[in-house]
Design a protein around this ligand. Sequence first.
Ligand SMILES: Nc1ncnc2c1ncn2[C@@H]1O[C@H](COP(=O)(O)OP(=O)(O)OP(=O)(O)O)[C@@H](O)[C@H]1O
Ligand SMILES: [Mg+2]
Length: 270
Amino acid sequence: MVDDGRRVGRVGFVGRWNRANRANRGNHGAVFDAAGESGPLVELDHIGFSYHDPYGAGADSQEADTVLRDFSMTIRRGECVALLGPNGVGKTTIMRIINALEFPDAGTYRFCGTAVTRVRVEERNSLFAKALHQRIGFVFQNSDTQLFCPSVAEEIAFGPMQMGLDEAEVRRRVDDMIALFGLERLRDRAPYRLSGGEKKRVAIACCLSMNPDLLVLDEPTDGLDERNTDVVVRVLRSFVEAGKTVLLSTHHHDIVERLEARVVRVVPQE
Ligand SMILES: Nc1ncnc2c1ncn2[C@@H]1O[C@H](COP(=O)(O)OP(=O)(O)OP(=O)(O)O)[C@@H](O)[C@H]1O
Ligand SMILES: [Mg+2]
């Protein structure tokens, strides 16, 4: 157990990963505005959002419940930000918007100064979507929605392979993640045969292996025991220390303190 502390102490390979990511980014052309690279990472500006249920009651009248009204938030590079607020207030929705899984009805969302719009993301073979999904990693609250490969090692290799990194770099990243998260014993195990806490470690490892600029985590310590919580806290702290940016939602105030996170409170719509 002490081992985990030592292993997870530093994410010392971020420098090497950054170089490999920069070299790889050349494949995507200039999809982000170069001027935006020095400004904030995330800008949500007066966002309005409703889920439109095409099959539910009120479908004919286009009835929809407003989840977010005039919501604004800025995240700068190197920050660790915690979204807090009661159940159902819209924390997961905000994270889905940042990951371009939902699009606001009003207001603008900019990532690195570039507007993230449905048209840009959903166009055929979108280079923008590909680049965005490499720069933002999303750890879902339920790890089952995220894990689908036959083994833990293949699961971690999947993202770096999709990025087009060469075989040696993919292998190094898998080994780095296995060591960082103490997954040696589980390397060849099918993800559906892992415990909830083990699945969560693998899901975070999968996102980190792509070396995103921003890691978004929806209630990452939910259901984790003390030891797994410690692992997650240490990894996130050292990821931020390495100059990366983290956004998480949580109901655990001690996690906010341990991460020294800046708190953004989401308040219910009246
Ligand atoms: N796919 C969906 N279709 C319709 N309504 C939805 C959908 N997903 C969420 N909602 C509604 O949107 C509101 C915000 O949900 P969201 O999941 O963002 O809240 P949350 O702050 O993450 O809550 P929790 O703390 O429980 O995770 C809730 O009222 C929820 O019922
Ligand atoms: Mg949620």
